[in-house]
Design a protein around this ligand. Structure first.
Ligand SMILES: [Fe+2]
Length: 441
């Protein structure tokens, strides 16, 4: 990996390119910060005032030099185990603060053009757009006061089970790492994604509810898993029960992906961004709404068939999305309950998947992307040995396996309109390939 060494001139260039005032970059003094923290913590003119008895201990902990690990304003907590971490704020370098300042300045330009109203209001409340990395002691207090959510500091990306446990208790896991100066896109989450992308979304009640409901859906899935495991001693059966629970969580994760991370919403007759995955990337913020390449599909989250459409759509994280789902309104998004997430995930497990490039019969299409493929194209490409992205390939193979293993086609009626029948020759091809493999192995 190349190590870049930046000079003062480079700093000035980055600042100029992003309309950042270099002299404003960096943390405020500890005394000024303490004054602000005391004033904030004691603010009662907020939706969720901090309990009086929790205020002074919180301030005392900061004064004593403790590092922020997890919020303690509610009666809930969560055991982060080996993923627990803390934010050592004084360790951030000037370059890291400048990286933050440049990223949020870039984000602000596109957010103000394409983000929904509520998201922009949330950013203003948390002062996300300032030229210093947010100090979690202050940010956690502000988030709690507006939403009842709190921060939990983690080392790295955490397992889905723990991630959603945090959600069910209104904790949002955040990393402390800031991407290097000049780096636009990272697959791993950093503060630029976790804080500059997600945090403002908590102020949209429907989005906060969907996030918590995903956590509660996880609770339903694992409570049932634990009941099913009760008294079972056969290792194979134990493994199967655990696997099914993990698979269900993965299907539920798609609903989360296409709403909380990459969701769009209709507002005043226009498509607007609210997904944190989109809004943490200035490029994707614009792309998701204006590009002709990807599909944009209108959904009504009150409809079970639309939730199923999300749960049955595969995606990749390595590039801009190829299909975006646009919720008709936040009110409708608010109907995604834990039970509905669980029901959609269970049905999705027994049905064929769609790829992230497909337009499906029954879709209400706002834009047919230039990358759109037909539902059967993935099978023909596979048979012809043509290159295709990983999402098409794994979906084609996964679906063929499902059909070859004996698939109840009546289940297809679960979709709003059943997708086209699998081409017979594709199934025959799959069987031939697999029987040839069997003979050679
Ligand atoms: Fe995220």
């Amino acid at each position: 990996m190349t190590n870049f060494t930046f000079t003062q001139n480079d700093y000035q260039r980055f600042a100029d390119e992003n309309d950042v005032t270099l002299s404003a970059v960096g943390p405020m003094s500890r005394d000024a910060f303490l004054d602000l923290l005391v004033e904030t913590v004691n603010n009662e003119d907020v939706p969720f005032p901090i309990p009086r008895e929790k205020r002074q201990p919180y301030i005392d902990a900061y004064v004593a030099g403790e590092l922020f690990c997890i919020g303690e304003f509610s009666d809930e907590t969560v055991d982060l185990k080996e993923f627990a971490h803390s934010q050592d704020y004084d360790q951030y370098t000037f370059e890291e603060h400048l990286s933050w300042a440049c990223l949020v300045a870039q984000q602000q330009k596109t957010k103000h053009e394409f983000a929904c109203r509520e998201y922009l209001q949330g950013e203003a409340l948390f002062e996300i757009g300032s030229a210093m990395i947010p100090n979690y002691w202050l940010l956690n207090a502000r988030i709690f006061q507006q939403t009842g959510w709190q921060l939990a500091t983690v080392k790295e990306i955490i397992p889905a089970e723990l991630f959603f446990t945090c959600h069910s208790r209104r904790f949002f896991p955040v990393t402390t790492f800031m991407r290097p100066l000049g780096v636009d896109y990272l697959e791993e989450p950093d503060i630029g994604h976790d804080v500059a992308g997600h945090v403002a979304t908590f102020t949209i009640p429907a989005v906060a509810n969907v996030m918590q409901n995903h956590g509660r859906a996880r609770d339903l899935i694992y409570d049932r898993r634990d009941r099913e495991l009760n008294g079972v001693t056969d290792p194979a059966q134990i493994e199967a029960i655990k696997l099914r629970a993990d698979q269900l969580l993965a299907y539920a994760g798609r609903i989360y992906w296409f709403t909380v991370e990459f969701g769009l919403v209709m507002q005043d007759g226009e498509v607007r961004d609210f997904g944190a995955g989109i809004l943490s990337s200035p490029g994707e913020t614009k792309y998701s709404i204006q590009n002709d390449e990807s599909n944009r599909i209108l959904i009504d989250p009150r409809e079970d068939a639309d939730l199923l459409r999300l749960a049955n759509t595969d995606y990749m994280i390595s590039e801009f999305q190829k299909t975006y789902f646009v919720s008709e309104s936040f009110d409708r998004l608010d109907t995604i309950t834990p039970q509905r997430i669980l029901d959609a995930s269970e049905r999705a497990m027994s049905l064929p998947d769609f790829t992230w490039r497909e337009i499906v019969p029954g879709d209400r299409v706002l834009n047919v992307g230039s990358i759109a493929t037909s539902v059967n194209e993935k099978y023909f490409r596979l048979m012809a040995g043509q290159t295709m992205d990983e999402c098409l390939k794994r979906t084609a193979i996964g679906n063929l396996k499902m059909y070859a293993d004996g698939f109840d086609r009546e289940l297809l009626k679960q979709f709003r309109t059943a997708p086209p029948e699998l081409p017979d020759q594709a199934l025959q091809w799959y069987r031939d390939v697999n029987s040839a493999d069997d003979k050679t192995s």
